[in-house]
Design a protein around this ligand. Structure first.
Ligand code: SAM
Length: 290
């Protein structure tokens, strides 16, 4: 079945038919541009063999496009006012299941197991921006089998995910994302492609999950504690960040020896380290514990 939504006229018609009220707290900005929808679908490289998880289908605009391309679509929507609308707009799209749930409470790994035999799924969404980071990190940290994540996010957040050391946007999110996946910004999307218009610019980013992490880490949890400690105190040295962290328990000597092992000098800052250097630092500190 062909998509019917994705333009302003039909979106307004659906909203009026159901007298739908936008809920700011759910980050509702619906796509009204077919070019953007086509671009998302193309860059997600969906085939009829794929199971797609869509987070926040709204009135089902992107869901219609996904249903056309994928084998199966599971769409998770928190707002119960949208459920009758989705039943209407997705009528005839037989491969779609809508779940009225909060995505942060869904066992996505279990869902992939039940619905896709544990094979990797693709996640595609125009995300609610207020929970972008917990959604993406939840998928990675809970070891959900994902092949790729193709999502609309706030432009600044897309940039933070993609940049490397030495830029102002580089931080804990960049490192966390880049440990699990290869990021690629697919498109910048202006506010007029949405209804209502968001106050911020948006971008579509594709995260392609690595089969094996790009660096060798003995203890992932320790590395992420170290990363958080290094960026908690921006403009301070890495040594101070690590010594002052409530999450870490290393002596001044251990911290200094670990930093020395990077060959960077004692006044180096966290912002200057690559993922590989954080891995080295973490392995060194992990082994220095008595
Ligand atoms: N996919 C639609 C589109 O592109 O037009 C809507 C995108 S809108 C930016 C985000 C959607 O996520 C809204 O429908 C909102 O109700 C839903 N949402 C917000 N928080 C959610 C949560 N915790 N779990 C599931 N859906 C959520």
């Amino acid at each position: 079945k062909e998509p019917t939504l994705g333009n302003p006229q039909n979106t307004i018609a659906v909203l009026q038919k159901y007298n739908f009220m936008f809920q700011k707290k759910f980050g509702q900005n619906f796509l009204i541009d077919t070019h953007v929808l086509d671009k998302i679908i193309r860059s997600a490289e969906i085939t009829s063999g794929d199971m797609v998880l869509e987070i926040g289908p709204g009135i089902g605009t992107m869901t219609q496009y996904l249903a056309q391309a994928a084998g199966k679509v599971i769409a998770v929507e928190i707002d119960k006012a949208l459920i009758p609308i989705l039943e209407d707009t997705l009528e005839g799209f037989e491969n779609v299941t809508v779940l009225n749930e909060d995505i942060l409470k869904v066992d996505v790994a279990g869902l992939a197991q039940r619905e896709n035999g544990g094979r990797p799924i693709k996640v595609v969404a125009n995300l609610p921006y207020y929970i972008t980071t917990p959604i993406i990190m939840g998928l990675f940290e809970n070891h959900v089998p994902v092949k790729s994540i193709t999502v609309m996010v706030q432009k600044e957040v897309a940039e933070r995910m993609q940049v490397g050391p030495g830029t102002k946007d580089y931080g804990a999110l960049s490192l966390a994302v880049q440990y699990y996946a290869k990021p690629y910004i697919v498109a910048n999307v202006p506010p007029n492609c949405f209804m209502p218009r968001p106050k911020v610019g948006s971008a579509v980013i594709r995260l392609e999950r690595y089969e094996n992490p790009p660096v060798q880490v003995d203890d992932e949890k320790l590395m992420f504690k170290i990363i958080r400690a290094s960026f908690n105190q921006r403009r301070k040295t890495l040594a101070n960040g690590l010594k002052n962290s409530p999450e870490l328990d290393y002596t001044k000597e251990q911290v200094e020896a670990a930093i020395d092992s990077l060959g960077k000098g004692a006044s180096v800052r966290g912002e200057a380290l690559t993922l590989e250097e954080f891995a080295t630092l973490s392995n060194y500190l992990g082994r220095s514990k008595v």
